[in-house]
Ligand binder design. Structure first.
Ligand SMILES: Nc1ncnc2c1ncn2[C@@H]1O[C@H](COP(=O)(O)OP(=O)(O)O)[C@@H](O)[C@H]1O
Ligand SMILES: [Mg+2]
Length: 375
């Protein structure tokens, strides 16, 4: 059996992918600029190089049967070149090309009649003024490329914010969206393997603070009609997108109960971490199965409820973890620490998942555990 897996990106997602790939018997090499990266610590091998270092990516590809990534930075052109040389690269250059430019992503959704917020391209200040007249305020000005944790977005509440917004995102290609007054943010993880099999995870509820995902409630506290709608939308996205891998589909539930797609992430996702403890097949194992052509696993919940809380850095300096004893003494609590050397304010350092008989019970446990942990 072909069993050499290369992963571009050695952060926490790469680390959790590596754990699962090792479980399935793969030889894993990761590429990351930080020596002893979170994934590098658990992989068979790490190539220390930047994500855009073509020579290093080619080296990794040459020694791999399958190549995947945990970050969206890798140049899609080089991926095309590599796949022509017989390495299975997933997500594919085709799906990455659709996803990595948020404007193209929105056009793709529109083309396939998948609902999302109204949007328009912005090249000049004049465009924005014109769109504002048409759409009204508030608007969300967004960078088309390389945006994460809200860092490429600016909320435009009135005409006065336009100059500030354009200044903040200066030098970047932009588009603008209508602000969606949402009731909840939802997310659905969905997998498609190289043979076209699609499996959808249950819809979850995500709560963001400062644009960073903080808490995930699984399953989402929505009625079954909304849940079915969200899960169907995620499946529709994958049917049209085609590429293999696990994808995170972020959604809005509007005040009038419409479900709109916010964005598609071409990788395992923070909103799917709960699946490690709560689903038959977790998202990381599922991704490995998907990109290596193995059958996909069952995505059902194996517990009534789970709540995941991110452990974000609260200071700057070397990592020291406290509170594990107290946190792990709570029944149903799991703590994941990512092995990063330094902590920084708001940096993703780990996460906690609590399972329980109900969302409320799981949430209580997760919150108590979170209070004990400091890093
Ligand atoms: N059109 C919108 N209307 C309302 N809120 C939005 C809109 N777009 C983004 N947001 C808020 O900002 C967060 C981050 O935006 P997103 O486009 O997902 O950026 P990122 O790529 O940084 O995750 C979303 O999770 C949501 O809370
Ligand atoms: Mg997002």
């Amino acid at each position: 059996m072909k069993n050499k897996l290369g992963i571009v990106g050695g952060g926490q997602l790469g680390r959790m992918l590596t754990f699962e790939a090792k479980k399935l018997g793969f030889y894993v090499a990761v590429l990351d600029p930080t020596p002893k990266s979170p994934a590098g610590q658990v992989a068979d091998e790490q190539i220390v190089a930047g994500f855009k270092d073509e020579k290093a990516i080619k080296k990794l590809a040459k020694q791999s049967d399958f190549l995947t990534f945990e970050i969206e930075l890798a140049g899609a052109d080089i991926l095309e070149e590599i796949s022509e040389q017989g390495v299975m690269v997933n997500p594919s250059a085709r799906s990455l090309n659709i996803i990595k430019d948020k404007l193209v992503q929105k056009q793709f959704l529109r083309k396939h009649h998948i609902p999302s917020a109204d949007f328009a391209e912005v090249s000049y200040k004049g465009d924005l003024l014109e769109i504002a007249e048409d759409y009204g305020f508030p608007l969300v000005l967004k960078a088309r490329f390389d945006a994460y944790d809200g860092r490429g977005n600016v909320l435009i509440k009135t005409k006065k914010d336009i100059d500030y917004g354009l200044q903040k995102l200066i030098g970047r290609k932009l588009y603008v969206e209508k602000f969606v007054p949402f009731k909840k943010e939802l997310a659905v993880m969905v997998a498609r393997n190289t043979k076209g099999q699609i499996e959808v995870y249950p819809v979850v509820e995500t709560v963001h603070e400062n644009n960073i995902c903080h808490t995930v409630f699984a399953p989402a506290r929505v009625n079954s009609y909304t849940a079915k709608k969200a899960e169907k939308l995620a499946k529709d996205v994958m049917t049209h997108l085609k590429g293999a891998g696990v994808f995170g589909i972020e959604m809005f539930l509007t005040r009038d109960n419409r479900v709109l797609i916010n964005e598609i992430a071409p990788r395992v996702h923070n909103s799917g971490h709960y699946s490690l403890e709560a689903c038959v097949t977790n998202q990381f194992e599922q991704h490995i199965r998907a990109v290596t052509g193995l059958p996909l696993g069952n995505t059902d919940l194996i517990v009534p409820a789970a709540v995941m809380i991110n452990v974000l850095g609260q200071r700057t300096g070397a990592v020291e973890v406290y509170g594990m004893e107290k946190a792990l003494a709570i029944p149903g609590v799991s703590v994941h620490i990512y092995g990063k050397k330094d902590t920084k304010i708001e940096r993703k350092m780990g996460h906690i998942t609590a399972i329980g008989k109900s969302i409320d019970m799981a949430w209580k446990k997760a919150r108590s555990a979170r209070r004990y942990i400091s890093i």
